[in-house]
Design a protein around this ligand. Structure first.
Ligand code: MD3
Ligand code: FE
Length: 211
């Protein structure tokens, strides 16, 4: 039996097929306003194999010159990111257990050969909020470990419609995508995998924290 690290909650089949189709339409509208771009590693300028865009008041970007960061505008068009679709805000309210809305939704697109090396997400100011991940399209082999790179990892498959909530002890866990399984879903006409991550970047102001 597969035991997930503490703080990792995998919800297989969270989204119905109809909800996945509707979410793909929402993502297409986001991509029309904020086209996918190819991010670069800091310093080296090596392009990532994953293409990215964002919606929300802040988006995660990276390029050779300025490195990993959150910013309010698309790095190539200069336009503010489109708003987070209502269906995604509903998912956040349902599963995050966090009283404040997400600020960023990073949209990752994987072609069959794309992968994401083992890394930590630590560009946010606020680690109290979980990260909520939604998978659409082809399946992938996902790997998650602990807060130190040298500690053991577990791997499992993420399929279209699955949601993963990464909170508490898992918030700073190393994780990555080892491979995409091509043609495992008919959801995206031209194949590939989309992952949406909903994130809180900043700490809510004191006044917003009072009940
Ligand atoms: C575990 N994305 O965008 S989502 C990323 O499938 C990222 O595109 C992967 O890693 C993807 O940074 C994985 C699941 C995920 C997201 C954030 C995490 C797992 C996480 C933060 C902490 C621990
Ligand atoms: Fe990550």
């Amino acid at each position: 039996m597969l035991v997930l690290p503490k703080g990792v909650r995998h919800i297989p089949g969270y989204l119905t097929r109809d909800a996945q189709v509707a979410l793909v339409a929402d993502v297409r509208a986001v991509v029309e306003a904020a086209p996918f771009y190819r991010p670069e590693m800091p310093s080296t300028g090596k392009p990532l194999s994953v293409r990215m865009t964002n919606c929300g008041t802040l988006g995660w970007v990276t390029d050779r010159q300025a490195g990993y960061r959150y910013q309010a505008n698309h790095p190539e068009t200069g336009t503010p990111w489109p708003t987070i679709p209502a269906a995604l805000l509903r998912i956040w309210s349902d599963v995050s257990g966090y009283a404040h809305p997400p600020e960023a939704c990073l949209v990752n697109f994987y072609e069959p050969s794309a992968k994401m090396g083992l890394h930590q997400d630590r560009d946010e100011q606020n680690f109290d909020a979980p990260v909520v991940s939604i998978s659409l399209g082809d399946s992938c082999l996902f790997r998650v470990g602990q807060a130190r790179r040298d500690l053991p990892t577990v791997s499992f498959r993420l399929e279209s419609g699955d949601v993963v909530v990464l909170g508490g002890a898992a918030r700073l866990a190393f994780h990555g995508v080892d491979r995409i399984y091509p043609s495992t879903s008919g959801l995206l006409k031209n194949g590939g995998r989309i992952n949406l991550t909903l994130r809180r970047v900043t700490t809510p102001a004191e006044a917003e924290t009072r009940s």
